[in-house]
Design a protein. Structure first.
Length: 256
C-alpha cells in the first residue's frame, strides 16, 4: 500500500515538472518571437526620425527668395522662409572675394545686408560714387514685399542705393545669361536702347558704368553699337574689376 502511494505521488511530481518545463519553453519561444518585432519597431522609429530630420533640413535650407546685391561685386543671397541666409552665390571674382571675407550664411537677411553695406569693399565703392542695386525676387510675394521693405530700411540714408522688386522668370533668365538678377535687369534696360548689346558686354561692368551707358544713350551722347568710351570690348574687359573709368555721375539715392 505504501509503495503504491509513493508511486502515485512520484507520477504527480513528474507531471508537475513536465508542466513547468513546458511552460518555460513556451515563454522562451514567445520572447524569441517578440524580440525581432521589437527590433524592427525600433529600427522603423529610427528611420522615421532620420527622414523627418532630413526633410526638416531640406525644408530649412531651401531658398524661397533671392536678394541680388550688385555694385561689382555681384552676389546673390538665398533666403529661406524664415528670412535666414542659406545660400551665397558669387557672380564674379569680386563677388567671390566679398563672400569669402564675410560670414553671411544663417544670418537674418537684414543682418547680412548690414554686414555687406558696412564692408570695406562696398563702403569704399559707395564713397567713390558707385551705384549699389538690391533686387528681391521669389515665389512668396508677401515675403518679397517684407524683404524689400527690410532692404530699404537697412540702406536708408545711404547715397547711390537702389532697391527693386524682380520676379522669378527674370531670375531664371538672368542665370541662363550668366548674370546676377540685378545686373540682368540693368542689361535689359540698356538693351532696350541698344539692341546690339549682349550680356557679355555688361558682365564685367559696374552698375554705375551700366547706368552711365544708359544715360548716355538716352541723352544722345552715345549711339547704338558703341559704349560711352567708344570701345565696348575694352570697356567690359578693362574696367570689370575696377572703380575707375566712370562717365558722368547722377548721385542716385533712389529706392524703387
Amino acid at each position: 500500500m505504501d509503495e503504491q502511494i509513493r508511486d502515485a505521488f512520484g507520477r504527480l511530481h513528474a507531471g508537475a515538472e513536465l508542466k513547468e518545463y513546458t511552460r518555460a519553453s513556451l515563454d522562451r519561444a514567445r520572447r524569441g518571437r517578440r524580440r525581432p518585432v521589437a527590433y524592427l519597431a525600433a529600427a522603423a522609429a529610427c528611420l522615421v526620425l532620420l527622414l523627418v530630420g532630413l526633410g526638416g533640413y531640406r525644408f530649412y535650407m531651401t531658398p524661397t527668395t533671392v536678394l541680388s546685391i550688385d555694385i561689382n561685386p555681384s552676389l546673390e543671397l538665398g533666403i529661406n522662409r524664415f528670412d535666414k541666409v542659406v545660400t551665397v552665390q558669387a557672380w564674379n571674382e569680386d563677388g567671390q572675394a566679398l563672400a569669402d571675407s564675410l560670414e553671411l550664411k544663417f544670418l537674418d537677411y537684414q543682418d547680412a545686408l548690414e554686414r555687406l553695406v558696412a564692408s570695406q569693399s562696398i563702403a569704399d565703392r559707395l564713397a567713390a560714387g558707385e551705384l549699389l542695386s538690391i533686387t528681391v525676387a521669389g515665389e512668396d510675394e508677401i515675403q518679397c514685399g517684407r524683404l524689400l521693405a527690410g532692404a530699404e530700411a537697412c540702406t536708408a540714408g545711404q547715397e547711390n542705393v537702389q532697391c527693386h522688386h524682380g520676379d522669378e522668370e527674370e531670375l531664371e533668365e538672368a542665370h541662363h545669361a550668366g548674370l546676377s538678377l540685378g545686373k540682368y535687369r540693368a542689361f535689359l534696360e540698356l538693351q532696350a536702347l541698344d539692341p546690339t548689346v549682349t550680356a557679355e558686354d555688361v558682365a564685367g561692368l559696374t552698375m554705375r558704368q551700366i547706368m552711365d551707358w544708359i544715360a548716355a544713350l538716352e541723352s544722345g551722347a552715345a549711339t547704338a553699337g558703341e559704349s560711352p568710351t567708344g570701345n565696348r570690348a575694352g570697356n567690359a574687359a578693362g574696367q570689370g574689376n575696377s572703380q575707375g573709368g566712370h562717365g558722368h555721375h547722377h548721385g542716385w539715392s533712389e529706392h524703387e
